[in-house]
Write a protein that binds this ligand. Structure first.
Ligand code: GDP
Ligand code: MN
Length: 387
């Protein structure tokens, strides 16, 4: 789950990461009060959306007077942001951050992710901060240093020395960098993060380091351990389908294709998408109803998939293990009664009570294209979507 920059900064402040004072406003009438609370006459104003590249998209503005702060903040509230990461529909900004305008001598990059192959958290630093790190990685990979740290959030003294040497941090800056990196590693592990990125990490003219931006993404499966973070979930930053799926605890990800997929189990969902691709089609989504889905969840999944206008055919691929095939069939029938399914529906059922399930579907009178196995199902769905 992604959170906003200001929420990430609230968390990082608790880890003593240097962050310039900021205020967040949702309404025009709160702007003056926010400026007074900051006590500034110059500021940076930033849209709070779940996407990077805001600067380039016009979502980061510098204001040099009180009047300018007010005007520019008004412009950004409700603004639609379109970046590489949002798709062409863009996302609407509902919250705006007003923060102290800082003096920047240097911009660096710092990012952390989980390296799944090594099963370790990985820290990356570069002195080419501010700009897109993907570009640096492609054109100038030696400008990025990668260092592993421990699963308990600890980082070794040698690693810290290597980082400071690579980044040419010396004296007081070096001391501060070490402390900051130790705290960031700790925050990454303690908060079950998948991504923690500070871009840019800046140095001021006195040599002090600051986290000017912060991107924090938390593992959904660990959110039960972080109720304070779980409540930061912002449905306005996802598609309506994703928001409903979140509420229903369905794993749903929208994709570019035109074959809607309803599958139980992530592995089976991946295999289904692979087979669709293999047979010349393209999946419209990834949807895992889970191993213990109820009839209600099946029905909800249907409506989520069908509300996507790109979907030209629907493939239901269920292996009834814990979840029984007759129950699945019941869910499909219930959903079909509520929603008028205008597109071809291909169903492949296998597992517990499969005969009962197939019988139910047959008797329902629904125009279902039944498939014998996964390959057959994928081929039929691809053919239907092409009609
Ligand atoms: P992003 O584009 O979504 O990553 O947004 P950032 O918060 O990283 O801001 C983009 C850029 O705006 C930064 O790389 C800085 O160059 C600039 N910027 C942001 N805050 C300040 C500031 O306080 N002072 C100055 N001079 N530039 C800033
Ligand atoms: Mn940034």
């Amino acid at each position: 789950m992604n959170i906003h920059e200001y929420q990430a900064k609230q968390i990082l402040q608790k880890y003593n990461i240097p962050i310039y004072p900021f205020q967040v406003v949702k309404n025009e009438r709160d702007i003056e009060q926010a400026i007074d609370a900051l006590g500034v006459s110059e500021a940076v104003i930033k849209v709070q959306v779940h996407a990077g590249g805001r600067g380039k998209a016009g979502g980061v503005k510098i204001a040099k007077s009180r009047k300018e702060i007010i005007e520019k903040t008004k412009q950004l509230i409700g603004m639609k942001i379109v970046t590489k990461q949002t798709g062409k529909e863009g996302i609407i900004c509902h919250e705006v951050m007003i923060t102290e305008l800082s003096d920047i001598s240097k911009e660096y990059y710092l990012g952390m992710i989980i390296d799944r192959e090594r099963a370790k958290p990985l820290l990356m630093v570069s002195s080419e901060g501010g700009m897109e790190i993907e570009e640096v990685a492609e054109k100038n990979p030696e400008a990025i240093l990668k260092v592993y740290f421990e699963l308990d959030g600890g980082i070794g003294p040698t690693e810290l020395e290597d980082i400071c040497h690579f980044m040419k941090w010396e004296g007081e800056t070096k001391n501060q960098a070490k402390e900051m990196i130790r705290s960031l590693c700790k925050a990454f592990v303690e908060k079950d993060a998948l991504i923690l990125e500070i871009n840019p990490l800046t140095e001021d003219p006195e040599g002090k380091l600051w986290a000017l931006d912060a991107k924090f993404s938390i593992d959904d499966n660990a959110l039960y351990r972080h109720p304070d973070i779980a409540q930061m979930y912002d449905p306005t930053q996802s598609t309506p389908q994703e928001a409903v799926a979140h509420e229903m605890e369905l794993a749903y990800i929208a994709l570019e294709g035109n074959i809607g997929c309803m599958v139980n189990g992530a592995g089976l969902a991946m295999a289904t998408m692979d087979l669709i691709k293999y047979h010349g089609g393209s999946p419209a989504n990834f949807l895992d109803v889970g191993g213990s889905a109820t009839q209600e969840k099946v029905a909800e999944s249907f409506s989520i998939i069908l509300s996507d206008k790109n979907v030209k055919a629907l493939l239901v691929n269920i292996f009834g293990g814990i979840m029984k095939c007759d129950l699945i069939a019941g869910g499909i029938i219930a959903a079909a009664k509520e929603i008028d399914i205008k597109i071809p529906l291909v169903v492949r059922l296998e597992g517990t009570n499969v005969e009962k399930g197939k019988e139910l579907l047959k008797r329902s009178g629904l125009a279902i294209i039944s498939a014998n196995d996964l390959t057959d199902a994928a081929k039929k769905a691809v053919a239907e979507a092409k009609k």
